[in-house]
Design a protein around this ligand. Sequence first.
Ligand SMILES: *Cc1c(COP(=O)(O)O)cnc(C)c1O
Length: 382
Amino acid sequence: MVDRIETRVVHAGEPEPRIEGSVRMPIFQSAMFEYSGETESETLAYIRLNNTPNQTVLGRKLADLEGGDAALVCASGMSAISSTLFTLLAPGDHLMVQDCLYGGTHDLLTRDLPRLGIELSRIDSSDPGSWEAALRPQTKAIYVETISNPLMHVCELEAIAEFARSRGLVSLVDNTFASPINFRPFEWGFDVSLHSATKYLNGHSDIVAGVVIGSAEQVEQIRHTANRFGGTLDPHTCFLLHRGLATLALRVGRQNSNALALARFLEQNPAVARVSYPGLESHPQHALASRLLDGFGGMLNVELEGGLESARAFMRRIRIPVKAPSLGGVESLVTRPATTSHAGMSPEERARAGIGDGLIRISVGIEAIEDLTADFGQALAG
Ligand SMILES: *Cc1c(COP(=O)(O)O)cnc(C)c1O
């Protein structure tokens, strides 16, 4: 019998028997571990080699939650992403990527891969015709995000995984925005799932961590790359991530319902020009999102009537959400992508990408929904 994910976030992957009976996984704060007699270097346990107890227990739990064979925890989401891409790709290879990706990933792809002779093509993740056109004999892999930032575009996930399989490509998805509560990539045919565990997996805005999940063989290869690059998660941070994970289903369930209620509330407000949230019938990929996702997530964004001036006034008046970047924590956060995550783009580039000056990105937390709607209502009335 397979338990439901709400049960598995608590119990899956825990040591059996429990270590000294300890109900919670103890922190093994030791850089290296003693062995008896001669041993293969492969079996040496050392924190940088990603094979000490806190790292391996966490890997078992995360692999179980997404239904992958194995998982590796890394020092950050970018460490997971870079270790994976540098394992899969070699000079001369070609990679197909979704056109709008997380900024750090975009920078890695455009600054570091070309120097190594790896070529890129951008594809429209909603237009299968563009995928065939981008395919080359050298194409090795295809890389997408479950829900893109900041416009909340939902990718044709099942079709992308199927396309990759039929063309012999490795399919990779950054599943950070959905978390395994809302989307499990292996059930839809993906080969590799990546996360910034900094966000929903940990959920308390107090650590930076990453995860890569895939087949045992793939994860083992990626672990060797990560061992050489050195982006390892230390045991104490593993402990914090492990603790955060225990409440993942509760938190994300609440964030799903809060975000849907807030999106519906904002859609009715005359000061709001547009709300982007995959759970709204007005979202262009609502039908697709309803089929693929178990919940629509905690991220949404609004474009205010009156552009820049209204956005500034809103940011001054809003009281409960913290004005900070990042996402996925228990507290609601608001940012203006034009001045934070996408400030590096020119105003014309932003306009082309659909990121107006009046765009506000919201990471919805676990607060009482009545307090959030009241606060957004008063901030918009100003
Ligand atoms: C934050 C984020 C990352 C990078 O993760 P870090 O933990 O900050 O390295 C990658 N992808 C997405 C979608 C993110 O939101």
